[in-house]
Every structure is written in C-alpha cells, then in structure tokens.
Write a protein that binds this ligand. Structure first.
Ligand SMILES: CC(C)(COP(=O)(O)OP(=O)(O)OC[C@H]1O[C@@H](n2cnc3c(N)ncnc32)[C@H](O)[C@@H]1OP(=O)(O)O)[C@@H](O)C(=O)NCCC(=O)NCCS
Length: 183
C-alpha cells in the first residue's frame, strides 16, 4: 500500500507524540556528540573553534566543553538550558533556550541530525521547548535565522512565530500568552 495524505499525517502525529526533551548532562552528552559528528556540520551545532577541519579530536572536546558550560541551566553562568531531543528514546538533536536581557524573554535555537530532518520533529521539539519556557515563567521566545534557512523558517511558522526581516536576518517572536496553533 502506498503513502496517503492521511497516512503521512498520522505518521507526523505519531512522531510528534514520541518527541521528548531531556536536559543535556553527562548521561546523554556522548550520544549527542555521536549524532552531531555522524549527521551534522560543526557550524550547525557549536561555535567556531581553532581546530583541524571536520570532527577532529579537538573539536569533539570543544563540543563537550561548550555543552558542559550550560549544565547550570537558565540560572547558571551561560543563562542557557540545553535539551537533548529524543525520539523513541534515541537522541536525535538539541534545542536550547538562553535568557535574554529583556525580562521574561528567552532566545532559542536547535539542530537535528540529517536523518531526523523533514519528519516534523523540529516543530514538535519547539512546542516542548515552549512548554518548558512557559513553565520557567517566560512570556516571549525569540529566534534569529538566515532568510535562506527554509527549514528553520518553516518550523518557526508552524509554531506561531511572527517573523520580521532586518539587516539580512529574520527575527522571530513567539508570544507565550496565546496558545500555539494546533497541528
Ligand atoms: C531546521 C530544522 C531544525 C527543521 O526541523 P525539521 O524537523 O526538519 O522540520 P520539519 O520536519 O517541519 O521540516 C521543515 C521543512 O523542511 C522540509 N524538509 C524535508 N526534508 C528535509 C530534510 N531532509 N532536511 C531539511 N528539511 C527538510 C520539510 O518538507 C519542511 O517543509 P514544509 O515547510 O513544506 O513542511 C532542521 O532542518 C535542522 O536541524 N537543520 C540544521 C540546523 C539548523 O539550520 N538549525 C536552525 C538554526 S536557526
């Protein structure tokens, strides 16, 4: 039997229900690094570091330290809470929120391994993040991306973001006072 629209929608609902966030800590950090190294570009998952190209030993160590720096969460030194994105118990990517200077506001960003993209996992993970942000007392979630990043723009729009272009970037705002659109 071939795919039908109903079958695809059902599959996406299934994926959405199976997406969970777990704070990044020593228990899931190596799994997160394995997904990043196998299925993502360094530039998509961590800040630039002086190291040989690709997933060199130095870059892997920098990846670990970058994430460990945020183990303290929103109240820690980086004011950032990072979550591993899990589907069916497997780590497939990361989503984070960082406290901004404006009260009640966090900035978000995420990445998924290549094989996890295009299945609705990104919007489901962002919805979970919105719940976490609301539970932490936040009222606004903001994000910034490149106009060419159609995947990121699609995820933000699916989660009810208002988008605005400025200086060659797209700025997104999701207000947590109103409920997000349904799937
Ligand atoms: C951006 C990202 C998180 C989107 O998550 P996702 O789970 O792939 O999101 P969706 O499944 O809703 O797909 C988004 C769109 O990309 C399309 N798409 C299909 N296959 C895809 C693939 N293999 N890779 C990326 N996008 C794909 C989808 O069809 C969808 O289009 P639509 O608007 O018509 O629905 C993910 O692509 C990613 O990790 N990209 C690399 C890192 C990155 O750019 N992060 C954002 C920085 S601001």
């Amino acid at each position: 039997m071939g795919w039908t629209w109903a079958g695809t929608a059902g599959r996406l609902r299934h994926v959405a229900g199976a997406v969970r966030l777990e704070p990044v800590d020593e228990r899931n950090l190596e799994a997160l690094l394995s997904v990043a190294a196998a299925e993502a570009e360094p530039g998509d998952v961590m800040p630039p570091v002086e190291a040989p190209a690709g997933w060199s030993h130095a870059r892997r160590e920098a990846f670990r330290e970058f994430h460990r720096a945020s183990f303290g969460g929103l109240g820690g030194p980086t004011a950032t809470q990072m979550y591993a994105i899990l589907v069916g118990g497997e780590v497939v990517g990361m989503i984070r929120m960082r406290r901004c200077d404006e009260p009640g506001t966090v900035e978000t960003g995420m990445w998924l391994g290549r094989s996890a993209r295009g299945q609705g996992i990104g919007p489901a993970a962002l919805r979970e993040l919105l719940n976490e942000a609301a539970a932490a007392g936040m009222r606004l979630v903001v994000a910034e991306t490149d106009p060419s990043n159609l995947g990121a723009l699609s995820v933000l729009q699916k989660c009810g973001a208002k988008l605005r272009g400025a200086n060659g970037r797209v700025h997104a705002e999701i207000c947590l006072d109103s409920p997000p659109p349904a799937f």
